[in-house]
Design a protein. Sequence first.
Length: 198
Amino acid sequence: MARATDAGARVEIRQIPSLMLDVDTGEDLEALQDALAASTGGAAHTRGMLARLRPAVIQARAIGRLPEVRPGDDLAALIAGAEPGLGAGDVVVVAHKVVSKAEGRIRVLADIEPGTEARAFAERLHKDARQVQAVLDETAEIVRAERVLICRTRHGFVCANAGVDASNAPDGCVVLLPEDRTRAPAPSAQRCRIAPLS
């Protein structure tokens, strides 16, 4: 700066409050409003300007602790009970596995009789033939068979093991993807959409 003034340049330092604040909370917005009102002398003008610039706020947080979801459970009621503060305009994102469990999309491995193709894949991939049969039952097309089966499901999704998963499943069971709801919403989704949140 000294070189600039020595060279004859005019140097002026200005403080611009909106560039000095990290405006990401309501309190930050109020601080900015107060700073602008003080510098312009017009609180009403500042409030009007800020109302037009007010950013949308998106918050993400986990739902409160849900009980173990079982076939036939009312998922909307469970979510509302775990998170009583939900209100109009709130968006709830639900993992497919909990929807599958509520829809009863669970298969008991002991009830599955693996076919010839399932046994062959199971031997080659070192997997349980019953689980492979569950995968094949959910598969429209096998895309690749290396370490896991990469499948196109009847829904049109391409995913590992056709979405069949033993993690977080009851012992001796696998959880399948929810029913294909491309034409109509799943009943569980419809109940979530219309369930009162008060």
